[in-house]
Ligand binder design. Structure first.
Ligand code: PEP
Length: 251
C-alpha cells in the first residue's frame, strides 16, 4: 500500500449561514487541535467571505469560494476570479453538481473554469459525479471519466498539482444516502488509474481524490480507510461542530 498524499477536509457551506452561526462555528473550528498533516478548507457564501477571513485563525485552514466566473466585466450578479484573488481568496470549488444541475454548467464550462482558475493561481476542487439514473444504467465510469477528460483536455500536466478532484455521486449529496466505502473506492481507484494512464503516474500518485455525499462524523473514518480516498468535500455535516470529527478521520 503506497503512502497517501496529504488529505483535504473541505467544508462546503453552500447557501447557508448567518453572521452569528458562522462566528460560532468558526470558534469551534479554531479550537480544534489538529496534530496530523491535513489541508482543511472552508467555503462560505461570497458575502460571508470577509467574516470568515476575520474570524478563522486556525493555521490548517484555508478559505475557498464555491464558484466564480473567469473574468470581471459586465456580468451582473456574478463574482469573478480576479475579484476573489484581490480579496485574498486562493481556493475555488468548481463544477459542484448543484452548479451543473441548477445553473447549466456543462462539462465544457466546468473544464474551462478549472483551466482559467489554475491559470490565475487558484487551487481548485473540481467536482464530478453521476446521477442515480446513470449509476443504475451502469454509466458511472463513463460519466465521471468524461467529466475528468473534459478537464484534462483543457489543462497542462503541471496544472494537476493545483487540482483536487472531488467524486460526489449526485444521489448521495444531501440525501443521507452515503456511498459504501467499496462503491467510493471503486470509482476513486478507477479515476486514479485513468489519470495514471492518460496524464502520468507521478500526477496520479499525488492527486487528492475526495469523496463527497452525506459524509458525517460517523461514516468518515471507514471511508478514509480506503486506499484511494484522500479526504472529503462535506455539505450538511460541515455546518455542525461534528465537522471536527471528519477532519480527525483523515488521520
Ligand atoms: C456537497 O455539498 O458537496 C455535499 C457533499 O453535500 P452533503 O455532504 O450534504 O451530502
Amino acid at each position: 500500500m503506497s503512502a497517501k498524499p496529504q488529505p483535504v477536509a473541505a467544508a462546503n457551506w453552500k447557501c447557508n449561514g448567518s453572521r452569528a452561526s458562522i462566528e460560532k462555528l468558526l470558534e469551534c473550528f479554531n479550537g480544534q487541535e489538529i496534530t496530523h498533516d491535513v489541508q482543511c478548507v472552508v467555503a462560505p457564501t461570497f458575502v460571508h467571505l470577509p467574516i470568515v477571513q476575520a474570524k478563522l485563525s486556525h493555521p490548517k485552514y484555508v478559505i475557498s469560494a464555491q464558484n466564480a466566473i473567469s473574468k470581471s466585466g459586465a456580468f451582473t450578479g456574478e463574482v469573478s476570479m480576479p475579484i476573489l484573488k484581490d480579496m485574498g481568496i486562493n481556493w475555488l470549488i468548481i463544477g459542484h453538481s448543484e452548479r451543473r444541475t441548477y445553473y447549466g454548467e456543462t462539462n465544457e464550462i466546468v473544464a474551462q473554469k478549472v483551466a482559467d482558475a489554475v491559470k490565475q493561481g487558484f487551487m481548485v476542487i473540481a467536482c464530478i459525479g453521476e446521477t442515480l439514473q446513470q449509476r443504475e444504467a451502469n454509466q458511472t465510469a463513463k460519466v465521471v471519466l468524461t467529466q475528468t477528460a473534459a478537464i484534462a483536455k483543457m489543462v497542462p500536466k503541471e496544472a494537476w498539482a493545483n487540482i483536487v478532484l472531488a467524486y460526489e455521486p449526485v444521489w448521495a449529496i444531501g440525501t443521507g444516502k452515503v456511498a459504501t466505502p467499496e462503491q467510493a473506492q471503486e470509482v476513486h481507484a478507477m479515476l486514479r488509474q485513468w489519470v495514471t494512464e492518460k496524464i502520468g503516474a507521478d500526477v496520479a500518485a499525488k492527486l487528492r481524490i475526495l469523496y463527497g455525499g452525506s459524509v458525517n462524523a460517523a461514516n468518515a473514518k471507514v471511508l478514509y480507510a480506503k486506499q484511494d480516498i484522500n479526504g472529503f468535500l462535506v455539505g450538511g455535516a460541515s455546518l455542525k461542530p461534528g465537522f471536527r470529527d471528519i477532519v480527525s478521520a483523515t488521520q
